[in-house]
Design a protein around this ligand. Sequence first.
Ligand SMILES: NC(=O)c1ccc[n+]([C@@H]2O[C@H](COP(=O)([O-])OP(=O)(O)OC[C@H]3O[C@@H](n4cnc5c(N)ncnc54)[C@H](OP(=O)(O)O)[C@@H]3O)[C@@H](O)[C@H]2O)c1
Length: 288
Amino acid sequence: MSLQKYLNSLEDMSGKKVLITGGTSGIGLSIVDQLLNKHANVVVLARNQNKSKEVKDRMLEKYPDSHLDFISYDQSDYKSIERATEVILKEHNDFYALILNAGCFTTYKTQKAEEDMSLTIKTNFVGLAYFLNILIPKLNNKHRIIFQGSLAAGYYFKKPDSLENYKASRFQQYCMSKAGVEELYHHYRELGLDNLSFYLVEPGLTSTDILRDFPFPIKQLGGLFLKIASHSVKKASLTALLASQESVDPCYIVPRGPFEWRGYPKIKPFPKKRIRPYLYELVEKEIK
Ligand SMILES: NC(=O)c1ccc[n+]([C@@H]2O[C@H](COP(=O)([O-])OP(=O)(O)OC[C@H]3O[C@@H](n4cnc5c(N)ncnc54)[C@H](OP(=O)(O)O)[C@@H]3O)[C@@H](O)[C@H]2O)c1
């Protein structure tokens, strides 16, 4: 099946409001594009105002009749998360789906001096946990919550004693942060909340700006690897798009190709060996 045919087969989303974090570049931007193409009403939670404006202008030029809003949101900043949550509850409580896509893979270069914790772990795992911890108990309507996971979570081996000063390579920090995303998914799914349904998706591998903070030659070599091994950003957005289909029940979705790096989405059982409750216990201590 061609990619266009696959996209055409997805449901029309008129009248549905979808919130997405990190929709200003890479996979998130592609998801936003496809959601608008399917007439969804989209609200992007984004940290960079200039980028938000650029994306808004570009999308409104492509889809002039669309509804596209932005909320200021920095997933590494608790105050910003609290303000964004207030806006969601006040103005967008009727949302149909929330796609938790924001994530980064940083070096120490981008780290604030006063921070003890890796920015990758703080953004991808701790900030996300903080956001859900204040948002989920206040949701009364029916919603679907879609976690953007990563196959990197399966490459995480070094168990931390705490989330602060986690001494591991940047790659292991990223893998642990995405294993943390999986753990948040399990935690909330197991609560069995009647009004909420939870989905975990992986995009596979795709060439985006995610390695932007890395120095030469890691950035270039990493980028080259992603270009060779990966599929297009549009294809990488399909797992989250499939999870946003009304006809799809709560599930775990990955690309169906070799090593689950690329290809069209497939639904599969979540591997039990990748469930690590201790990660939730660690983050719970951090956000209380
Ligand atoms: N690329 C891959 O092969 C791959 C594979 C598996 C999983 N993923 C996951 O897919 C998601 C999207 O990654 P991508 O590859 O599309 O990378 P990307 O192009 O760098 O996009 C990441 C998005 O997250 C946003 N973001 C980063 N830090 C943030 C923060 N503190 N607060 C709010 N938003 C923040 C970025 O905002 P700005 O636009 O302002 O920078 C951007 O919109 C991530 O969760 C990543 O872990 C990617």
